[in-house]
Structure formats: structure tokens, C-alpha cells
Design a protein around this ligand. Structure first.
Ligand code: UD1
Ligand code: CA
Length: 461
């Protein structure tokens, strides 16, 4: 039997106290809804229907990369009502897996196991034992331990509130039973909503088997209803990601002070100091060292490279054995070849830095091609922008550029050339020789530095 997935995502999420729709709040750098859709895709279903309502256009825009069909629930009258509006679009005789847009970390493995363990004609329900069941629907069983009902926290008696087995909100429903059950939902509860949970009792009434499957890992079924819950889930999730790196052999100085908002692939013997943030896809070779407070987004850092503290790298390739920072800012399109050195307060963008080249202090290098074994002195600036266009600077192998030079692009410095300190390079420098701006240096010998007059001399008190 083919699978249809319905993701419920129409609610506003009032308890978040935010103007953003709840399912667009970010967990580990991705909207909650993206986590759920990525997992749903892994199941290769025949269709994915997403129920949207509150700021639905924003949801659709934020999920353009996903192949899903959108269903509008203009008025949010409960989880049962959300499935009612999706019902006409469900392929006949499929199995219908219901997921919630605000339960982001449910895993593909858990769902596959749930689907495989649920008989084709049964109503499957995913449950969990939790320490703090407050606010969640409770599982009611009969004397034979069969699930017969779900009662929401708000509707539960004090005895029922003691139950620690909860409804994760994830069900597998045979489509052919669904129409009748949905038609029988009644908003007779404290919230006056159409609860999807009521289909359990309806299935029992129709003598359809209920197949319950329990999940142990609480992180997978944690729903996000408040900023507190989101922050706690973020920390728990980050800890599991840090643990994966530790298991892989990476030295993580403090697993509680690392943030991975994307994917990190690390080789052998890498180390990551505290407060490092990774975004997008980051690949580390072997024996890479990342210092404290480093931010890396979409980078490749090759083996034996060292990134010293407080450096920020975005879309950068760092070559073998290179050293970056502290306090370096490397912007998109920067390629550092092997054994390069980029030091403090250096900004580089869209540039190639050749093998063994050093840019050690206080420089701006933009739209430049630097050869190998070049030395860039302190305070060197490539003036790449004329107010309208960007221009290239080419610096050939073994060039030495003295401190505080300005290179007015487009300009080329020939192989082995030397620029004296303070040169403003307005045209190409030939290879080999010394290029300098001739300035007159004068000393005025009878000059006196101004001094402050003493109070006693001016009569001031
Ligand atoms: C729901 C379950 C509860 C379960 C819990 C697990 C019901 C009645 N209760 O409660 O048993 O323990 O999830 O997390 O189902 N939504 C819509 N349209 C609506 C209402 C909700 O699309 O009209 C969406 C929300 O955007 C959200 C999801 O459904 O993504 C769950 O809704 P929410 O109001 O958070 O339900 P809970 O109170 O958490
Ligand atoms: Ca919820």
C-alpha cells in the first residue's frame, strides 16, 4: 500500500509570542517544518500534503525547495479539522501518516519501524513514556492493556493527569476508514476543537485494530510550543550532534559549547575549542584545529590547517597546513592555498592566495590573485572599487609588498618585485625591481612641539 503523508502546520503557535508562524522558527539553523519535510521525503511517499493557514504564503515561500502539495485551512479549528480539509486530496486506499510541523526531530528510522510494525488495516499510533507529560494527550488503556482513547491534558481528570504515557501526535491511518471517522468528530471538549485524537475511540467502536508503537527517545517526539521548549530542544539536539563528533574521534573541548547549524564532516584527530559555530556544510580534513569563538559557514578546511580564535569564514577553502587568525575575516570566494598565513585584522574576499603566501597584519585583499611566496606587509589595501566597478589586482610569485601600500586596481605587480612601504601603486610594477613613490622627506630642526601653559604663569587658579 502506498503512503500519503500529511503534515499539520496551520497553527499560529500563540504560546511562542512571536509574529512568525511557529513552524518557521529555527532549530539548528533550519525552520522546524524543514526538519519534518526532510524526514517525510526520506520515506518516499506518493504524496506529501502540508496543511497551512496562519501566514500560509510565508510557509509556502520558505518551503519552495520541497515537492509538496499545499492545503489551506483558513480557520484553525483543531487537528481533526486540519485533516478534514486535507482529506479530499488524499489518494484513495493509501495509508496516511500524520506528522506535526512542530515536532521536528522525529527520525526516518523511527517512522519506518512504525510503518513496518503496523498491520495494513490497523490504526497505528506512536506513543511514548515521558517524565513530564504536562500539556500532552494521555493514552487511556482498558483492562486488557489495549489503547481505547486519548484524552487531552485540559480535558483529563486528576487521575488521568497522572498517566505518563502520551500521544506523540503521529498516526498511521488507513484512508478508507478516514472519511467516516472525520465526519464523526465533535468539538465537545474544553477547547471546542475538532480533535484528531478522537479517531482512536471511533476506531475502537468500529472494531478496527489499534496498533500502538512506543518510542524511547524523547528528543524525537518533543513538540515545540514555547520559546523555552525551543531553546531546550536546541541544546539537547546540539548535544547529540556534539556527541556524534566525539564518537567519530573529534576532540570537542566542551560538547555544551558547540553549535552545528548544518552538517560537519571531520577527518581524523581534529579538535574544536569552545563556542565554535558551524553553518551550512563544513568539511574538515585530518588534524584540523579550530580555536575558540570561530564561525565557519560552508567551508572546506584541509588537513593540518589551524584556525585561531575569533575568526569568521564564509564560503572559503583553507589549504593544507594554512594558518588563519586570530581575528581574521574571510569572505566568500577566498581560496587559501597550502601553507598560507593570514593574520589578525585581515579581511579577504574573492581572492586566491598562493602557496606559502603571508598576509599577516591589518590588510584588505579583495578581487585579487596572489601568487606563491608573496609577503604582504602590515596595512596593505587593494583598492578594488572605483565607486562603480570592481577591479582585479594581480600579484605574481615572490613579490614583497611593504607596509601601508595602496594598490589601485586594475593593477599588476610583476614576479619578484618589491614595493617600498607607503607606495600608492597607480600603474603596473615591473618584475624584479623596486617600485616606490618618491616623497620628499624634510626635517625642521627649530620646530617646537606645542606645550600647555602652566597655571602659575597665566594667573589662573
Ligand atoms: C497535540 C495532540 C496531543 C499530543 C500533542 C503532541 C490533539 C488534539 N492533541 O496537542 O494529544 O500529545 O499534539 O505534540 O491533536 N494544527 C493545524 N490546524 C489546527 C490545529 C493544529 O494545522 O487547527 C497543527 C499545528 O500547527 C501543530 C500541530 O497541528 O503543528 C499540533 O497542534 P497543537 O495545537 O500544537 O496541538 P497540541 O496541543 O500540542
Ligand atoms: Ca504542539
Amino acid at each position: 500500500m502506498a503512503l500519503s503523508v500529511i503534515v499539520l502546520a496551520a497553527g499560529q503557535g500563540t504560546r511562542m509570542n512571536s509574529t512568525k508562524p511557529k513552524v518557521l522558527q529555527q532549530l539548528a539553523g533550519k525552520p522546524l517544518l524543514h526538519h519534518v519535510l526532510l524526514t517525510a521525503q526520506q520515506l518516499v511517499p506518493e504524496q506529501i500534503l502540508v496543511v497551512c493557514g496562519y501566514r500560509g504564503e510565508e510557509l509556502q515561500k520558505a518551503c519552495q525547495e520541497f515537492k509538496v502539495d499545499w492545503v489551506w485551512q483558513t480557520e484553525q479549528r483543531g487537528t481533526g479539522h486540519a485533516v478534514q480539509v486535507a482529506y479530499p486530496d488524499i489518494v484513495a486506499n493509501n495509508r496516511v501518516l500524520v506528522l506535526y510541523g512542530d515536532v521536528p526531530l522525529i527520525s526516518t528510522a523511527t517512522l519506518k519501524n512504525f510503518i513496518n510494525s503496523t498491520p495494513a488495516d490497523a490504526l497505528g499510533i506512536l506513543t511514548a513514556q515521558v517524565a513530564k507529560p504536562q500539556g500532552l494527550g494521555r493514552i487511556i488503556r482498558d483492562s486488557n492493556n489495549k489503547v481505547i482513547h486519548i484524552i487531552e491534558h485540559k480535558d483529563a481528570s486528576p487521575e488521568q493527569q497522572q498517566i505518563t504515557e502520551i500521544n506523540t501526535g503521529i498516526y498511521l491511518i488507513p484512508q478508507r476508514h478516514l472519511a467516516a471517522w472525520l465526519a464523526n468528530l465533535k468539538p465537545q471538549n474544553s477547547q471546542q476543537e475538532y480533535y484528531l485524537t478522537d479517531i482512536i475511540a471511533l476506531a475502537v467502536n468500529d472494531k478496527v485494530a489499534i496498533s500502538d508503537c512506543s518510542i524511547a527517545d524523547e528528543i524525537e517526539i518533543t513538540g515545540v510550543n514555547s520559546q523555552q521548549q525551543l531553546a531546550m530542544l536546541e541544546r539537547q539536539y546540539q548535544l547529540t550532534l556534539a556527541q556524534q563528533l566525539l564518537e567519530h574521534g573529534v576532540k570537542v573541548y566542551d560538547p555544551n559549547r558547540l553549535d552545528i547549524r548544518g552538517v560537519v564532516n571531520a577527518g581524523k584527530d581534529c579538535s574544536i575549542d569552545v563556542n565554535v559555530v558551524f553553518e551550512g556544510t563544513v568539511v574538515l580534513g585530518d588534524n584540523v584545529q579550530i580555536g575558540a569563538n570561530v564561525f565557519l559557514k560552508d567551508c572546506v578546511v584541509e588537513s593540518d590547517a589551524v584556525i585561531l580564535p575569533f575568526s569568521m569564514l564564509d564560503n572559503v577553502v583553507v589549504g593544507i597546513g594554512a594558518q588563519v587568525g586570530p581575528f581574521a575575516r574571510l569572505r566568500p570566494g577566498t581560496r587559501l592555498h597550502a601553507q598560507t598565513k593570514v593574520g589578525n585584522f585581515v579581511e579577504i574576499k574573492n581572492s586566491n592566495i598562493g602557496v606559502g603566501t603571508k598576509v599577516n597584519h591589518l590588510s584588505y585583499i579583495g578581487d585579487a590573485q596572489l601568487g606563491s611566496s608573496v609577503n604582504i606587509g602590515a596595512g596593505v589595501i587593494t583598492c578594488n572599487y572605483d565607486g562603480a566597478h570592481k577591479h582585479q589586482t594581480i600579484i605574481e610569485d615572490e613579490v614583497f609588498i611593504g607596509s601601508n601600500c595602496e594598490l589601485i586596481a586594475p593593477v599588476r605587480v610583476g614576479k619578484g618585485a618589491t614595493l617600498a612601504a607607503g607606495t600608492t601603486l597607480l600603474k603596473d610594477a615591473p618584475p624584479g625591481g623596486l617600485t616606490l613613490t618618491k616623497k620628499m622627506l624634510t626635517s625642521i630642526l627649530d620646530w617646537r612641539r606645542p606645550t600647555k601653559a602652566k597655571a602659575s604663569q597665566t594667573g589662573e587658579k
